[in-house]
Design a protein around this ligand. Structure first.
Ligand SMILES: NC(=O)c1ccc[n+]([C@@H]2O[C@H](COP(=O)([O-])OP(=O)(O)OC[C@H]3O[C@@H](n4cnc5c(N)ncnc54)[C@H](OP(=O)(O)O)[C@@H]3O)[C@@H](O)[C@H]2O)c1
Length: 229
């Protein structure tokens, strides 16, 4: 296969939303779930978010636990997985958390709509920026590039648009969903996968491989994508 092993991790409300309609990056995970996510990150070669999550939330995407970072280093790995994002037009600030939290390799994918000044600034931060002459970033190309960069295990942490595109293109192997005991509602609140959606007969079929009920009343679901979707 020409791509890494890809899994999506999301925290969702009981009605399947990954943020409220306000779209301010609501906290959905419980403290225990944040530890689980940190371990998943530590076990990955790279962590990816969509361009909107990147710009609106400026995530660090680093491993929070010092012990987990030390474990990686003892295995001969860098302390943090590589950080990956994609946007047709990157507009990051030089002092943003994404570029300055680390140490971590940074891989960005964009188009010629990103300004030359922005590219200079990103490269001055040691970010590796892939600029396509095409109108949009091609996720197949992203996957091949990550594979060539040595990424074997890729964790995707949203958002809804990126999740849908990866699922639509058959680029996802597994899904981890932490369901919090909350209802967000709201037509504008993003769900696990947005985009145009699938007709019923084209819906992706999943295989439930794990389900856990936690004391914090969260539920952890782990699914694999069925072959033949
Ligand atoms: N609860 C959770 O686990 C969780 C995790 C992450 C995010 N979120 C939530 O998700 C929401 C953001 O999701 P979102 O759907 O608005 O945006 P998103 O998925 O974070 O980012 C989508 C953007 O990525 C860029 N992109 C470039 N090439 C792409 C391609 N080939 N396919 C898909 N995307 C491509 C596009 O930006 P350009 O237009 O710049 O090209 C696109 O608009 C926020 O509310 C955030 O809080 C929740």
């Amino acid at each position: 296969v020409n791509r890494p092993y890809v899994f999506i991790n999301v925290a969702a409300s009981a009605d399947g939303k990954i943020d409220t309609a306000e779209r301010k990056g609501a906290t959905i995970s419980s403290p225990r779930d944040r530890q689980r996510v940190d371990r998943l990150r530590a076990e990955s070669d790279a962590v990816m978010v969509g361009g909107r999550t990147l710009h609106d939330e400026d995530p660090r995407l680093t491993v929070k636990s010092e012990a987990l970072r030390a474990e990686r280093v003892s295995l001969g790995l860098p302390p943090n997985p590589a950080k990956v994002s994609l946007s047709s037009r990157l507009e990051l600030k030089g002092d943003c958390r994404f570029l300055n939290s680390g140490p971590a390799r940074i891989l960005l994918f964009t188009t010629s709509r990103t300004s030359a000044e922005q590219l200079d600034m990103l490269r001055a931060h040691q970010a590796e920026v892939d600029v396509t002459p095409q109108a949009a970033v091609d996720l197949g190309h992203v996957m091949r590039t990550l594979q060539d960069a040595g990424v074997r295990r890729l964790m995707v942490e949203g958002g809804a648009t990126l999740n849908f595109e990866l699922l639509r293109l058959g680029l996802v192997d597994e899904l981890f969903i932490f369901v919090a005991p909350l209802i967000f509602g709201g037509e504008k609140a993003p769900g696990l996968a947005s985009g145009p959606g699938f007709a019923r007969q084209a819906a992706l079929s999943l295989r439930l491989v794990q389900s856990e009920q936690w004391e914090d009343e969260g539920v952890l679901l782990r699914y694999q994508l069925r072959k033949g979707n």
